[in-house]
Design a protein around this ligand. Structure first.
Ligand code: ADP
Length: 573
């Protein structure tokens, strides 16, 4: 392939002499593309329209010198190379121009073709180099600008990145801190849960051991005295003594069972508060009387129970559930009696704002400060450093706390070890004036010897012989006639066959046919025949079932003699 033909460089030649122009053109046209002008104006016109790389101008022209013309063109086209053609007379002006940079070279007339060509080629080479230089500088400047921009950009990016990294770092730090905190909290929670579980476990074991002790102790006494009664000839006095022991232990067992039932009723939300007008001062006096009785039995005769009531409130009636209020006070008084050897136990109430504040204050052994917060928790007993052991399973205060809250108050205690304890609880100050509704008005005392039920016939349905024997003993003096059957089926048959039966005492838990079923059958045959259930259960729903089955009334076991007589006399008149 042939090289592409190299384009000729464009040269402008200005001279007012036509001959000079012609000679120049013909001498060099084979090397360059030559534009000719006879005047400066003509030269300017050509410059406008062509890409001229070199201007060669004669110095001597009619209106303007060559140097002046070239200086003018240099302003408009600084990149074009300028050569002046001159005779020697003008040399000075030309050297000046060269020094000022307005003219590249000068060529003297008459010129030699070869020399002139070398000068022209050098000028063109210079143009090329200049151009290359300019391009290079331009490229470099652009590259530099770009670089600078890029640099600025980079700096900004770096700054942004740094800020972002810092932000991320801070966030991470916060996260880490949060995480650490969470881990710490969890650890504490877990530790607490573990301690609680261990405590619960410890309490459970302590409770079981305690409960076992609390059941075995009275059982032991009961079994022991019963054995003595059964196997020995004893005087009437020791007999009374033994029986007293047995009864007292039965009472403490019953108390324990009542407490357990109460706590489970409280937990099952089954306790109903029934408020009635109650003369609280009388309730407190009664409690003082029975505790003064009790203290002698406990060999604490010197202990004093003192009732402290504001005189102006002695006749006030309080709207309260007197059974529950009595239960709380009984618990607190029993504790005070249990934990106090000598001194006094003062109890009473006083109005404090919208509440009535009850208190029980003793001079007993007290409770260590660190034990105080725990004593209202069920199954918790204050730990004692000395070896003295106190009976109790730790239910009384838990029950009292729940009851006080149900009545609308709060309970608290303060105590100093070795000095004594004070328990307080509040109760809404809800007073009534009318004394006619005082449900504590004394009941008429029962006179058992006045009952003559010789014409009465009672059917006793009871699978346990000892229980029947007990009833027989109790009713012996009334001369009532008793017929004993051992299950529900026999009860139904006997009630059906024997028209002389006036009343049925119906045990609930019996073989073959239970008390509920037997009652339903008998009531279907003889709806008028009174049936009184006897039950060892004491839960609330048991009572409902009994009444639903058709029983007219019920007695809870162990049978309380007074209750039995009251109930029977109601039916027998
Ligand atoms: P407990 O059946 O053990 O008496 P409580 O719930 O009635 O159960 O009482 C919890 C604990 O509080 C008791 O074991 C006893 O240590 C302490 N306590 C209660 N009342 C008194 C008191 N008046 N004086 C000293 N300690 C008492």
């Amino acid at each position: 392939m042939s090289k592409p033909k190299k384009e000729k460089d464009h040269i402008l030649y200005v001279d007012d002499e036509e001959d000079n122009l012609t000679v120049f053109k013909f001498t060099f046209m084979e090397f360059y593309k030559i534009h000719l002008a006879t005047s400066a104006e003509e030269g300017m016109e050509i410059l406008k329209n062509h890409e001229i790389k070199l201007i060669i101008s004669d110095q001597r022209m009619p209106n303007i010198t060559g140097v002046e013309f070239l200086a003018n063109t240099a302003k408009l086209y600084p990149e074009i190379i300028r050569i002046i053609l001159t005779g020697f007379s003008d040399v000075e002006a030309i050297i000046n121009a060269i020094n000022q940079g307005r003219v590249y070279r000068y060529v003297t007339k008459p010129w030699n073709k070869d020399e002139f060509k070398v000068t022209i080629d050098n000028a063109l080479e210079s143009y090329r180099l200049n151009k290359e230089n300019r391009t290079l500088v331009k490229d470099l400047t652009q590259a530099n600008d770009k670089l600078e921009r890029y640099n600025a950009n980079l700096e900004q990016i770096v700054e942004e990145r740094t800020a972002e990294v810092r932000r991320k770092n801070e966030e991470l730090e916060r996260h880490r801190h949060h995480l650490e905190q969470m881990v710490n909290e969890r650890t504490i929670d877990l530790k607490r849960a573990k301690e609680k579980a261990e405590e619960a476990n410890r309490l459970k074991s302590a409770f079981l051991a305690n409960m076992s002790h609390e059941i075995r102790t009275p059982m032991n006494a009961i079994a022991g005295f019963a054995y003595l009664l059964a196997t020995q000839e004893v005087s009437a006095e020791s007999k009374r003594n033994y029986v007293n022991h047995i009864n007292r232990n039965i009472e403490s067992l019953l108390q324990l069972i009542d407490d357990i039932l109460d706590i489970s009723k409280i937990e099952a939300n089954q306790i109903e508060i029934k408020k009635q007008k109650t003369k609280v001062s009388r309730l407190l006096q009664e409690l003082a009387a029975s505790f003064n009785e009790l203290k002698t039995q406990k060999d604490k005769a010197r202990l004093e129970f003192v009732v402290d009531i504001p005189p102006q409130m002695e006749d006030n009636l309080l709207v309260t559930d007197s059974i529950r209020l009595r239960q709380v006070l009984t618990n607190l008084l029993s504790n005070s009696l249990k934990y106090t050897k000598e001194g006094s136990i003062t109890f009473g109430f006083r109005p404090v704002g919208a509440m009535l504040e009850f208190f029980v204050k003793d001079t007993g052994i007290g409770i260590a400060r660190d034990q105080l917060p725990h004593i209202f928790t069920r199954f918790r007993k204050a730990e004692r450093s000395n070896k003295e052991l106190f009976r109790g399973v730790g239910l009384g205060l838990a029950i009292s706390k729940s009851l006080v809250e149900m009545l609308g108050g709060t309970i608290s205690a303060d105590s100093t070890e070795g000095v004594g304890s004070t328990f307080w609880f509040t109760h809404p100050l809800d007073l009534a004036e009318d004394p006619s509704h005082d449900e504590l008005l004394e009941k008429k005392a029962l006179d058992i010897s006045s009952f003559d039920w010789s014409k009465r016939h009672v059917l006793v349905a009871e699978d346990e012989k000892t229980n029947f024997d007990f009833l027989m003993e109790l009713l012996k003096n009334t001369r009532a006639r008793l017929t004993w059957v051992q299950n529900g089926e026999q009860a139904v048959a006997t009630a059906k066959a024997d028209s002389s039966i006036d009343l049925v005492l119906m045990d609930i838990k019996m073989p073959i046919l239970d008390g509920y079923q037997a009652t339903k059958h008998i009531k279907a045959l003889k709806p008028q025949l009174p049936i009184i259930a006897q039950t060892a259960y004491a839960m609330a729903d048991e009572k409902d079932l009994i009444l639903e089955a058709g029983c007219d009334s019920y007695l809870s076991k162990p049978i309380n003699p007074e209750e039995l007589f009251t109930t029977l006399s109601y039916y027998f008149g």
